[in-house]
Ligand binder design. Structure first.
Ligand SMILES: [Zn+2]
Length: 300
C-alpha cells in the first residue's frame, strides 16, 4: 500500500507500508521533480517495489530519475540504494564521502544492521545490496545538484551520523532534513532528537541544527515523518529536547543506572512533554547518548 501526496511545488511525499513476515514497516521517501527528478530516501530494499508503485501513480518515467539520494546509509534511509542502482543503470546514487565505501561493499553495513535490528533483518527488510562504483556520485559540502528548473543544494549535517547530509530545494526553500532536525513524535508533532548508536554526537547535532536554521528554510521535510511549517519553533524544540535528553542520560550514567532505568526516564520525559505518548521506544536514544558520553569521558 502506498500513498502519494504533493507537499510543495513538484515535491511529493511517498509513504507506504511493506508487508513483511513479522511486521508492517513504515517508510517515507520524497520525489523532487524538475526537468529531471530526484528520489530522496529509498527506505530498505524491500520498499523498492512500493516506491516504484508511487512513482507510477505520478506517471513518472523512471528514465527521468537522475539521482537517488539517501540522507545517510542507515537501512531505513539508504538500504535500497543498491536495489535502485541495479534497476536503473544510468541513475547516480548520491553519497557523503564517508558513506561511499560501505555502499560499494555493504558487508560491514549488513553486519552492523544485524546488530541493531537482529538476525531476522534480512527477512524483514531485504539485505543491503552493493552500489556499483561507477554509479556513485560522491558529493561535497555546498554542492548543487541540478534537476533542470531547480537545484538541490547539499549540506553536510553530522550529529545523527558522521556521513549524514541534508538538502535544500532552490524553488521552495524546502529542507530535506533526514534525521538532522529530529523526529516529530507521531500525534504530537514535537520533534525529539534522532539518536542512533554508534556515532551520535550531541554537540555536532546541535551545531548542525543551528547551521540549518541559518539557511532560512521555509519548510522542513522530515524523513520520519511529515512536513513542518513552523520552522524556527521546530528547531528551537529539537535543540531543547536534545539538551534535555543529554542531561537525563548524563546524570543517569553518573548514577550508574541500567539502560532500562535510563529508558524509563526518557519515556517519562516524552510522556510529560507530549501529555499523551506512552509507547515511545527509548532504546536507540539510550544507547546513542550513552555511547556518546562514554566516548567523551574517554577523551578527557
Ligand atoms: Zn539514521
Amino acid at each position: 500500500m502506498v500513498k502519494v501526496t504533493e507537499v510543495a511545488d513538484g515535491i511529493y511525499h511517498i509513504e507506504g507500508e511493506a508487508k513483511t513476515p513479522d511486521t508492517r514497516d513504515y517508510m517515507v521517501s520524497y520525489l523532487v521533480r524538475g526537468q529531471r527528478a530526484a528520489l530522496i530516501e529509498t527506505g530498505p530494499t524491500n520498499h523498492g517495489p512500493l516506491i516504484e508503485d508511487g512513482l507510477r501513480q505520478l506517471k513518472l518515467d523512471l528514465k527521468e530519475l537522475a539521482y537517488i539520494i539517501p540522507t545517510h546509509i542507515h537501512i531505513d534511509h539508504g538500504g535500497g540504494a543498491g536495489w535502485w542502482a541495479r534497476k536503473l543503470p544510468d541513475v547516480k546514487i548520491v553519497l557523503h564521502p564517508l558513506g561511499v565505501p560501505h555502499m560499494i561493499d555493504p558487508t560491514r553495513l549488513n553486519a552492523s544492521t544485524k546488530m541493531a535490528f537482529g538476525d531476522s533483518f534480512e527477512a524483514r527488510y531485504g539485505a543491503i545490496q552493493p552500489v556499483p562504483p561507477g554509479q556513485v556520485h560522491t558529493v561535497s559540502d555546498g554542492e548543487s545538484l541540478s534537476l533542470g528548473g531547480r537545484d538541490l543544494q547539499v549540506f553536510f549535517t553530522p550529529g545523527h551520523a558522521p556521513h549524514h547530509i541534508s538538502l535544500m530545494d532552490s524553488r521552495t526553500k524546502g529542507l530535506f532534513s533526514g534525521e538532522a532536525l529530529g523526529i516529530p513524535m507521531e500525534g504530537s508533532e514535537i520533534p525529539f532528537p534522532a539518536c542512533a548508536p554508534p556515532a551520535f554526537d550531541m554537540e555536532q547535532y546541535i551545531a548542525t541544527a543551528e547551521r540549518l536554521r541559518r539557511l532560512g528554510p521555509s519548510v522542513i521535510f522530515y524523513s520520519h515523518d511529515g512536513v513542518g511549517r513552523d520552522v524556527s519553533r521546530l528547531i528551537d524544540l529539537v535543540e531543547f529536547h536534545t539538551r534535555a535528553y543529554g542531561a537525563i542520560i548524563e546524570g543517569a550514567v553518573k548514577g550508574g543506572e541500567s539502560p532500562e532505568q535510563m529508558g524509563n526516564r526518557l519515556k517519562d520525559y516524552v510522556f510529560k512533554t507530549t501529555g499523551k505518548i506512552t509507547d515511545y521506544s527509548p532504546e536507540m536514544a539510550v544507547s546513542g547518548f550513552a555511547l556518546y558520553f562514554k566516548r567523551k569521558a574517554e577523551k578527557k
